[in-house]
Write a protein that binds this ligand. Structure first.
Ligand code: ZN
Length: 241
């Protein structure tokens, strides 16, 4: 069986500048994410970074990517529009994409969903509880009914997204807010999953349940077809008219 080729894309800025982040993700959170994905025998995960040529997302890299994972926050506006368009086109043709945490304001997220990605937020070292509201969804396989994260950044409703295909998780925060924290979409052939946990100063990507969700999401988003193009061909009739 062919393995699912995953590219974990990260800005990799905070880990190199902020000790509080480097203490949790000494080699960058992309290495942590690729590391737990590669423990699954069906996944081959590599990494790509903002500061690499073409943001690490060359055509050659994307040719070998079935599912792209996106983590960014500081450099959303600095992403080259041509690379954002390239990612969107790949998703439409069939590449899966998983947006993590602050990727709700990334160019590819907003372009694919056509909405603002707006939300409310608070960084107050508060507990979060992630509730599984679609237990039969493949992304929830093996995930408990609910699990707690001792510290997470609060993301709260209203969340500026279109109505999801399915809301797989909803998160509660200690300060009283709630958030649709795990939602699925499809654009043309491409499957899209957004998942909220993962603020850079908290160890959420070391949590076994968060790891299970992301691993499941990779398998769910693995393309069924990858179209060569999405043109509108003028075609000849199949029968005599
Ligand atoms: Zn954050």
């Amino acid at each position: 069986m062919n393995k699912i080729n995953v590219t974990v894309w990260n800005e990799y800025g905070d880990e190199q500048k902020e000790k509080s982040v480097a203490d949790i993700y000494p080699n960058g959170l992309h290495v942590t994410i690729a590391g737990f994905l590669n423990k699954d025998g069906g996944i081959n995960a590599k990494t790509a970074l903002f500061f690499e040529p073409e943001h690490g997302l060359t055509d050659a890299v994307l040719d070998n990517t079935d599912v792209l994972i996106w983590w960014g926050h500081r450099y959303h506006d600095n992403l080259d529009d041509r690379i954002a368009s390239r990612v969107v086109e790949r998703v439409r043709r069939g590449m899966g994409i998983i947006f993590l945490h602050s990727a709700h304001k990334s160019k590819p997220f907003m372009l694919l969903l056509g909405t603002s990605g707006s939300l409310s937020w608070r960084e107050a070292h508060e507990r979060s509880r992630v509730w599984t509201c679609s237990p039969s969804h493949p992304i929830a396989k093996g995930v408990p009914e609910q699990f707690a994260l001792d510290c997470e950044e609060m993301y709260g409703e209203p969340f500026g997204i279109p109505a999801p295909l399915q809301t797989v998780f909803i998160s509660w925060f200690q300060g009283g807010n709630v958030f649709r924290s795990g939602v699925t979409f499809q654009r043309d052939n491409g499957r899209i999953f957004y998942f909220q946990p993962g603020h850079e100063t908290y160890p959420s990507y070391h949590n076994e349940h968060v790891q299970r969700v992301i691993t499941n999401a990779v398998k769910w988003a693995n393309p069924i077809v990858k179209a060569v193009s999405l043109d509108c061909p003028n075609v000849q009739p199949l029968e005599k008219i």
